[in-house]
Design a protein around this ligand. Structure first.
Ligand code: PGA
Length: 257
């Protein structure tokens, strides 16, 4: 990892946790954070409705609150969607976009993902853009092709000046929620591929983009994953739901060389 790059550990709670569980999580999580956490990027993306609760519970800490998606317009006739200013009103500073569950189950195309990403970035949020191949692609040796295409199409219209607000998450779909994380070597290969693509498209400044891994990251495997030179942290589902496990994952991830 170059000095300009930062490690990020982002909790993606998906459609989990009710109000009381979220509040309990936050109060214990803040007491468990390792000393190095303030210089890393730690964030929690709860369901939209819990953003105010989580934001107020984390107020004054270095932990960011974010959303699991965001619309590209600031208001209008878009039932079920939420906009950048609405999220920012409640302190959300980042948005995950293009998660594979949005792509797979809700028909999100990379073109839509790029609109969401640009809106978040233009509005001053960090955008965590997710890419990753499905198991059938992995088995057929199509990882590179799929990831390169998703990356290209999910960052349409982005300029080099906007790169400081971009994080890319590599999430192989076959590793998400399966308990079967990618090996550190697989993650490193794909992260390096992503970094190479970003550098050839945006220039040398793209070397500083944080590229995080997602898919069954745990306190047990994170240190090995983060010891790879192009793995800059993790987007964490299951292991982020309990304060003990997410804080341990952060501690272990930060301890990697
Ligand atoms: P997982 O989910 O950690 O439960 O595999 C990761 C994700 O979907 O972002």
């Amino acid at each position: 990892m170059t000095p300009a790059r930062k490690r990020y550990f982002i909790a993606n709670w998906k459609m989990n946790h009710r109000r009381s569980a979220a509040a309990e999580f936050c109060s214990s999580f803040l007491t468990m954070l390792p000393p190095g956490a303030a210089s890393a990027g730690i964030g929690i993306a709860p369901s939209y409705i819990l953003i105010p609760e989580v934001a107020s519970a984390l107020a004054g800490s270095s932990v960011m609150v974010g959303s699991q998606s965001v619309h590209w317009l600031s208001s209008g006739a878009h039932t079920g969607e939420i906009s950048v200013p609405m999220l920012q009103d409640f302190g959300a500073s980042f948005a995950i976009v293009g998660h594979s569950e949005r792509r797979q189950f809700y028909g999100e195309t990379s073109e839509v993902v790029s609109k969401r990403a640009l809106a978040a970035i233009h509005g001053g949020m960090l955008a965590i853009v997710c890419v990753g191949e499905q198991e059938r692609h992995f088995r057929a040796g199509l990882t590179q092709e799929v990831v390169e295409e998703q990356l290209r199409e999910s960052l349409l219209g982005l300029s080099a000046a906007e790169l400081p607000r971009l994080i890319v998450a590599y999430e192989p779909v076959w590793a998400i929620g399966t308990g079967l994380a990618a090996t550190p070597e697989i993650a490193q290969d794909v992260h390096l591929l992503i970094r190479g693509n970003l550098i050839s498209r945006f220039g040398a400044a793209a070397a500083d983009i944080s590229i995080i891994y997602g898919g069954s990251a745990t306190p047990e495997n994170i240190q090995e994953l983060c010891s790879m030179s192009d793995v800059d942290g993790a987007l964490v589902g299951g292991a982020s739901l309990k304060a003990e496990s997410f804080s341990k994952l952060i501690t272990e991830g930060l301890a990697a060389n």
